[in-house]
Design a protein around this ligand. Structure first.
Ligand SMILES: [Zn+2]
Length: 76
């Protein structure tokens, strides 16, 4: 259940992450977790979709390293 606890922490941060409001250090923690956790990847995609509905595409800051991955997930 350690994984679940980690995911709760990451999920809390995901919305800030998607909004680009995390510090560099916090962002790295989230990105590292995202790279290994399917659950949080899905959460991030859901959150990103929600942001896309609420905001114009250009105002959503997606880290370049994850941009292609998420785009691929969104449009498959
Ligand atoms: Zn997770």
């Amino acid at each position: 259940m350690v994984q679940m606890e980690r995911c709760k922490l990451a999920t809390k941060r995901l919305s800030f992450y998607i909004d680009g409001q995390l510090s560099d250090k916090a962002r790295l923690v989230v990105e590292k977790h995202l790279s290994t956790c399917k659950y949080c990847q899905n959460e991030a995609i859901l959150l990103w979709n929600a942001r896309l509905v609420l905001k114009s595409f250009s105002s959503v800051r997606i880290p370049t390293s994850l941009d292609k991955k998420f785009t691929k997930e969104l449009y498959k």
